[in-house]
Design a protein around this ligand. Structure first.
Ligand SMILES: [Zn+2]
Length: 144
């Protein structure tokens, strides 16, 4: 059983009723079919809007996170930035050069390896190893 809207009083009426219990409006089979089609259309529209909203939300979060790593080509670490990183620098000093906080890929016993997204080809990145908060090693792949 579903509800349809009475064209007279705009109240919800069971689709099995032949007369509106509120105002006495007589539903012909024809009228009933028309009203059912209308309520079905409304439901479809709601589902479509729901899907659009969902896509909008997904798109919003996808753009916030910056999409797949290294595909942007801008904002990542360049070769010039990489060359400025020197042993003994702190994480903050590296951040000042690169403009991004690295992703910790390994951490323990005073050693921390940070991965920085590189600009250039997909998969371009740089690894900087910190020991006691200071750079002790660095490596890069495909930086430009
Ligand atoms: Zn009615």
């Amino acid at each position: 059983m579903s509800l349809i809207t009475c064209p007279e009083c705009k109240k919800g009426v069971s689709d099995t009723a032949s007369v509106c219990p509120k105002c006495g409006f007589q539903f012909t089979t024809e009228k009933m079919g028309e009203l059912k089609a209308k309520s079905k259309k409304g439901k479809t529209l709601k589902i479509i809007i729901g899907i659009l909203v969902l896509f909008f939300i997904i798109g919003y979060f996808a753009s916030k996170t910056g999409g797949p790593s290294g595909s942007s080509g801008s904002g990542g670490m360049t070769m010039a930035m990489f060359e400025q990183i020197q042993n003994g620098m702190t994480e903050d000093q590296v951040f000042a050069i690169v403009g991004q906080k690295g992703t910790a890929s390994s951490e323990g016993s005073g050693v921390k390896i940070l991965t920085y997204e590189g600009s250039g080809d997909i998969g371009a990145n740089a690894l900087v190893t910190f020991q006691g908060g200071k750079v002790v090693n660095k490596a890069q792949a495909n930086l430009k």
